[in-house]
Design a protein around this ligand. Structure first.
Ligand SMILES: [Zn+2]
Length: 176
């Protein structure tokens, strides 16, 4: 990544990005690790249908997504899921109700910087369809049969991988 040209500490031009995630200034010794961030995705399952959102903002605006987002500092993955579900869809799922599915690495380009993430996906089987109130950060939300999900309409690589995996397993048969 070459998003920065000058050392933020001393202004020296010629930062060393040769170690991929580590930025080093050989002039003053400044070092910055562009570490991976954690993000979560929710698979809300009702019958054989899952809830997909439509992205309101870039990257991948107008494309399909799963509810979720970045994990805040001092937050567990489950807390982040519960918070994001409430913020995005006004759906309340308790932190202890999430069942881990799988994780995939992702790259999230935003404002000229590539953020690398570990996207962790959790399942919540719903007995009834919850009432959805779409929040400010989401364009829309739709229930779709897993078999009918069009992977080419999914915006983010990790979410596409997750949905591809869901198509392979007999998810309605999972005991939750
Ligand atoms: Zn420097």
């Amino acid at each position: 990544m070459k998003a920065f040209n000058y050392c933020p500490q001393c202004g020296y031009e010629g930062l060393d990005w040769s170690e991929d995630k580590r930025l080093t200034c050989h002039h003053c010794g400044f070092t910055y690790f562009h570490n991976m961030a954690a993000a979560v995705g929710a698979v809300l399952l009702h019958g054989d249908e899952i809830l997909l959102t439509v992205r309101k903002h870039d990257p991948a605006r107008d494309m399909l997504d799963l509810p979720g987002g970045f994990v805040d500092r001092h937050e567990s993955l489950e807390q982040a899921l519960t918070r994001e579900l409430t913020e995005e869809l006004k759906v309340v799922v308790g932190e202890s109700e999430w069942r881990y599915l799988f994780s995939f690495p992702n790259r999230y380009p935003y404002a000229g910087i590539s953020y690398y993430t570990s996207d962790v996906f959790f399942l919540k089987k719903m007995e009834t369809r919850p009432e959805i109130v779409v929040g400010d950060d989401v364009a829309d939300a739709v229930w779709v049969s897993i078999a009918d999900v069009e992977l080419e309409s999914v915006g983010l690589d990790s979410v596409r991988s997750a949905l591809c995996e869901l198509k392979k397993i007999n998810i309605p048969g999972i005991i939750v």
